[in-house]
Design a protein around this ligand. Sequence first.
Ligand SMILES: Cc1cc2nc3c(=O)[nH]c(=O)nc-3n(C[C@H](O)[C@H](O)[C@H](O)COP(=O)(O)OP(=O)(O)OC[C@H]3O[C@@H](n4cnc5c(N)ncnc54)[C@H](O)[C@@H]3O)c2cc1C
Length: 322
Amino acid sequence: MTPNAPNGYDVIIVGAGPAGLCAAMYAGRGMLKALTIERGAPGGELLNTDLIEDYIGFESIKGWELAQKMTEHAKKFGAEIVTDSVERIRKAEDGWFDVATTRGKTYRAPAVILTAGGTPVKLGVPGEKEYAGKGVSYCAVCDGAFFKGEVLAVVGGGDAAVEEADYLTRYATKVYIVHRRDQLRASKIIQERAFANPKIEMVWNKRVLEIKGTERGTDHLVLEDTATGGRATLAVGGVFIFVGFRPNSGLVEGHAQHDAAGYFITDERMMTSIPGLFAAGDVRSQLTRQITTAVGDATTAAIAVEKYLAAVREREKAGVAS
Ligand SMILES: Cc1cc2nc3c(=O)[nH]c(=O)nc-3n(C[C@H](O)[C@H](O)[C@H](O)COP(=O)(O)OP(=O)(O)OC[C@H]3O[C@@H](n4cnc5c(N)ncnc54)[C@H](O)[C@@H]3O)c2cc1C
């Protein structure tokens, strides 16, 4: 398939994390004229991750190193990456997408793959930034194995917090769930599993005021009682924060179907309810969010874009002929 976009691109990829870079690599191999727009350095959350030990084929690799390898690989197949921030994605009347950026540019393409990821909500307390990657984590599946034999705290009270606390007990000797209320928001079945787990202890009505540590990492939390205002400390070797995750899904003008938390719902091709708009990686509604799932989604999306564009062009040809 030759590029068929005299006034623009075949596809615009928004975000150059693992999903965006993988989509760019596949688009290049598929001979699509693709533009990837990234607001920062390519790599996405890999750049906030110290060590990765669960990306198959790499027993242990630094986040920045994997980001570099993915970027080089995408560029080898012709990825064009511009540094800019996408402000709005809108499907115009001619069926093409207008992708507007903060630098005042509007790029056009008949298909868009949105791979803008999301951001874990931070507690915003002293020590959180300082010990990120040194005891403070936002991903149990990613980092749990680094905490074998430790006492851990999980902060939060929703499904993610309670499920991840349960998951962490396979490595930790004990997991405290620190919650600012006297009951959890998590669904009943998840709560029951946690209450039945002898390694989990609830710390009710407590707000984290500060995360303290040494040069070796986190060693205790300073807590405040939300009822009495009293202060206490809790000795922990690590703290996992699950107080929300915000998908970067607000860029799309017009209604693309999403779930209650704002993640895009797609079909098996990764296409959203807006024809030609695809979503891949952390921005998509799915069971888990990992590098492997992000690149898997992106592979499907890029190949689906090829098929989508071929079908659109077939229909256009038939329309002209008839
Ligand atoms: C601290 C941490 C550690 C992790 N560790 C692991 C691990 O060990 N193993 C594992 O498998 N997974 C891990 N994960 C999860 C993994 O990093 C993500 O699942 C993966 O990065 C998702 O890829 P993505 O491309 O969908 O999104 P992201 O990596 O979030 O990339 C999205 C990209 O889009 C860009 N972007 C966003 N909005 C715009 C915009 N408006 N305009 C232009 N660009 C935009 C962002 O700058 C970013 O580069 C970890 C996550 C975190 C937070």
